[in-house]
Design a protein around this ligand. Structure first.
Ligand code: SF4
Length: 402
């Protein structure tokens, strides 16, 4: 099939095969890819509404045994820079989020061997007791697998227990590229193989949760492997229908073991566009302004995105790798409207909540992102010492405290 044939097929809204998608991704100009992706966006969202959510990205611990080579965020067990947030710190962050109109936490963290399943259950119950309407979009598939291994309970049981405690949905983090060759090279195969990542999502969807899906590109993968990732997501979505949205971003190399270069803005837009065309069974595609900056984030709306993601009150992981873009609600809305779209707040299920919050409430402007802990601050809270530790350092800490 020629490039023109594939362009016509995509323009007619027909589903692409792997070979056709590769022809389009490698052969079409950014302009043509953008036009095709924008047509899909217009078919799925003809009202020109672009959504966003007010939430807070909280990383409850930076201690991690996975040690992925592309990650600048983690600290080893026993590091002086390792931290676990206390329940009170997390409650305070929730109250600050609610004060600016937010209704959920995106809660993710490292694979800390001294944070057991019971800690998550107690935290989630504590959140729901204090703030019953507040939502928890928490624990990416590799974290669920880590907790499953740590507690020696099956993934389905871990998900059921977390849902019982208050988990509302699972973020699609830790997918990177869902091809095991790539995962082995990035040292992230051990935390979750491609099949294991997909199976957590399958089980979450079966348990009634909606989740997101992500892709981090620009490390060691080939273009064929990026497409393989997209097709594996499309297949699972055909099976379960449980994904709400897809988000892609480029690898951020600063301070990582892997190092290298960041993909360009055009490569981001081309990748976003091909994803929008291939993932014909996903309703929503997010713009990743957190990694690409506000200007490319705004351009994403012409390359298939219909959602600007989160107002992002706090961010730690991308910041650790050198990118720290900040847009508060005023700025996100300005970017949406200036691109000719209609801004609307949404919840985690992409249900519209209403017009911009700042237009009806007095909200302070936020020009810098909060972080989990101030630089140089670290340590574990006293309450963690009440839970069984798995690491040698953790066991010594618990022993010393009792
Ligand atoms: S990406 Fe996640 S799992 Fe990998 S080292 Fe960083 S914190 Fe740990």
């Amino acid at each position: 099939m020629t490039l023109n044939d594939v362009v016509e097929q995509a323009a007619a809204g027909e589903r692409l095969t792997r070979d056709e998608a590769l022809t389009l991704y490698t052969g079409a100009s950014p302009h043509v890819l953008g036009r095709l992706a924008d047509a899909v966006r217009a078919r799925k969202h003809p009202d020109r509404i672009v959504t966003y959510i007010i939430d807070r990205n909280v990383n409850y611990t930076n201690v991690c045994v996975a040690r992925c080579s592309f990650c600048a965020f983690y600290r080893r067990v026993g590091s002086d820079e390792g931290y676990v947030l206390s329940f009170d710190e997390i409650f305070r962050k929730i109250e600050e989020t609610m004060a600016v109109g937010g209704g959920q936490l995106l809660l993710q963290g490292g694979h800390n061997p001294d944070v057991p399943l019971q800690w998550y259950e107690d935290l989630f119950r504590g959140v729901k007791e204090r703030y019953p309407a507040f939502r928890l979009h928490a624990l990416s598939p590799p974290e669920v697998i880590h907790i499953s291994r740590l507690s020696q309970r099956p993934v389905a049981e871990v998900i059921a227990r977390l849902v019982d405690a208050g988990l509302d949905s699972i973020p699609g983090g830790g997918a990177e590229i869902l091809v095991d060759r790539v995962r082995k090279l990035l040292h992230c195969y051990g935390k979750a193989s491609a099949d294991e990542w997909l199976d957590v999502m399958r089980q979450a969807h079966r348990a009634g949760l909606r989740t997101t899906a992500t892709m981090m590109y620009g490390t060691v993968e080939t273009l064929e492997e990026r497409l393989e990732h997209l097709f594996r997501l499309r297949d699972l979505q055909d099976e379960t229908g449980g994904f709400t949205a897809f988000i892609t971003w480029s690898y951020q190399p600063e301070h990582t073991e892997l190092a290298g270069f960041e993909a360009t803005g055009v490569e981001y837009l081309r990748t976003l566009a091909i994803a929008r065309v291939v993932l014909d069974n996903f309703d929503n595609v997010q713009a990743s302004w957190v990694t690409q900056g506000g200007k490319v984030g705004q351009l994403s709306l012409a390359f298939g995105a219909n959602d600007m993601g989160s107002v992002m009150i706090e961010e730690n992981v991308v910041r650790a790798a050198g990118a720290s873009y900040c847009m508060d609600e005023v700025e996100i809305v300005r970017n949406i409207e200036d691109a000719g779209f209609v801004p609307r707040r949404r919840n985690m299920h992409y249900e519209i909540l209403g017009e911009p919050y700042f237009r009806t409430h007095a909200v302070p402007r936020m020009t810098t992102l909060a972080i989990a802990k101030e630089d140089g601050e670290a340590g574990v809270p006293a309450e963690l010492l009440e839970y069984p530790a798995r690491s040698r350092v953790g066991k010594m800490r618990v022993k010393k405290a009792t």
